[in-house]
Design a protein around this ligand. Structure first.
Ligand SMILES: *[C@@H]1O[C@H](CO)[C@@H](O)[C@H](O)[C@H]1NC(C)=O
Ligand SMILES: *[C@@H]1O[C@H](CO)[C@@H](O)[C@H](O)[C@H]1NC(C)=O
Ligand SMILES: *[C@@H]1O[C@H](CO)[C@@H](O)[C@H](O)[C@H]1NC(C)=O
Length: 426
């Protein structure tokens, strides 16, 4: 027994020595066991003192997938001046959703309390008010839309508006949103560390869950060596500033250890800008005037993503994503024959004639040129895209018998097909 114990002690000592050696070795890795972003100097996000027009906002930022800080863009909001704790007592009976923990942990519960109860306790408790602020809530009368989204189609693409309110010192996980985020600070500062969508996709493809579990205050760079290779951006905003974080950009958010309040406008990503800004009846200036967009719009966006930045989608590309497995089999056989592009197209049409996906293509393709344009996609009923993408999930279940592919949603299948398509494997 004693001998065994001694052996264990020796073994433990050896192990510790090994670990200690490794530790010394590891400290040579920049940013190892330090807060996220310590490994390299980040680039600063563009800062503007003039607010872009909706057209510029689309061209320079949302369609270009580029973040930006708009200095002072929220100072004209009534909420920016008015929303002190004592003023918010006016809305004291309003029920708000509160997250437990200012350090984000998605496994923790959320609960509801009255605004009064939140105001009474938030300075002493580890809580974070994260609540949708939508009409007819009277608070929406005191929030303006940031100028770039008052028209241009943006005013119809607001998926949710979220009020973030705490005593500060919040920390998010390292994650990306599927929406474009235009956010305005009313109190305190926030700091974002960002990795572009393009760079982020290269690392998220490997293991998305891994990043959710990162200890952002002490990053083990041996677990995340890939982030050392990617360019970083940093964004710092003060009260009265607004800022834009594009869809898909990986980010971490930190906030001042003082009263902290912001409103974010979550926008469905737009693939065009609408020419409606000259029409006063189309403009929306105040949050109380807007209608929240259909959450199903995300399926139209997922479809437009398959244009890969091109102005149109051809039928063969469409069929790569949405043809049924049977039809695919026939296609492959036909592809092997030496046929011209036109005769191949003819064959595809025949194969898919009785199949729903081709019918849907033809319904979207209003001018019948066998190309889908961005406008044709926007003019088609939402249900087409919900069916196309939703249908992938069911179809998959029908043709695949492998256990671990069961229960995948249409979105998951589409994501996989997109990866395969980009690698020319579809
Ligand atoms: C967040 O900010 C605090 C200071 O307010 C700092 O101590 C902490 O390290 C920051 N966290 C990260 C991950 O940058
Ligand atoms: C379709 O897109 C291609 C680029 O992929 C472009 O060259 C062509 O002009 C477009 N056709 C129409 C009709 O828009
Ligand atoms: C396919 O047909 C064309 C003529 O139509 C010919 O030039 C070409 O060599 C053929 N390719 C193969 C792989 O048979």
């Amino acid at each position: 027994m004693v001998v065994l114990h001694q052996a264990l002690v020796v073994l433990t000592l050896l192990l510790c020595k090994g670990l200690a050696f490794e530790k010394v070795f590891d400290t040579n890795i920049p940013g190892h066991m330090e807060p996220l972003g310590s490994h390299a100097h980040p680039s600063q996000v563009e800062t503007r003192w003039t607010v872009p027009t909706p057209e510029e906002f689309y061209r320079l930022y949302t369609s270009a997938s580029k973040p930006v800080v708009l200095k002072g863009a929220a100072t004209r909001f009534p909420a920016y001046r008015l929303w002190t704790d004592s003023y918010l007592r006016n809305y004291g009976n309003w029920k708000v959703v509160v997250e437990e923990g200012k350090k984000e942990d998605r496994s923790k519960p959320t609960y509801t309390m009255s605004m009064n109860e939140f105001l009474d306790t938030y300075k002493a408790r580890d809580v974070y008010l994260v609540h949708d602020l939508v009409p007819p809530n009277p608070m929406t009368e005191e929030v303006l839309l940031p100028k770039p989204i008052t028209c241009g189609g943006f005013q119809h693409n607001i998926q949710s508006v979220v009020l973030w309110f705490s005593s500060g010192g919040t920390e998010s996980t390292f994650h990306a949103e599927q929406v474009d985020n235009l956010e305005c600070m009313f109190d305190g500062w926030k700091e974002y560390l960002l990795i572009s969508k393009k760079d982020g996709e290269t690392i998220l493809d490997e293991d998305e869950g891994k990043y959710q579990e990162m200890d952002v205050e002490k990053v083990d760079m041996t677990i995340f060596p890939e982030i050392a290779q990617l360019p970083w951006y940093k964004l710092h905003v003060e009260p009265g500033d607004c800022f834009f974080v594009p869809q898909g950009w990986l980010h971490f958010v930190n906030s001042s250890k003082t009263r902290n309040m912001a409103i974010s406008f979550w926008l469905t990503h737009q693939y065009r800008v609408v020419d409606d800004c000259h029409r006063p009846d189309q403009r929306k200036e105040v949050l109380s005037q807007i209608t929240i967009s259909d959450a199903g719009e995300s399926s139209r966006v997922a479809f437009l993503d398959l244009f890969f930045g091109k102005p149109n989608m051809t039928l063969p590309v469409f069929l790569k994503f949405f043809s049924t497995e049977e039809a695919k089999q026939e296609e492959t056989e036909n592809m092997q024959a030496n046929q011209s592009r036109e005769s191949l197209m003819q064959r595809w049409m025949e194969i898919h004639k009785s199949k729903n996906s081709l019918k849907t293509f033809q319904q979207i393709d209003k001018n019948g040129d066998n190309l889908l344009s961005v406008d044709e996609v926007y003019n088609a009923p939402l249900v087409f895209f919900e069916k196309l993408i939703g249908g992938l999930g069911e179809e998959y279940a029908k043709y695949e018998t492998v256990g671990d592919d069961e229960g995948k949603s249409g979105e998951d299948i589409l994501k996989e097909r997109k990866r395969m398509f980009l690698r020319n494997e579809l």
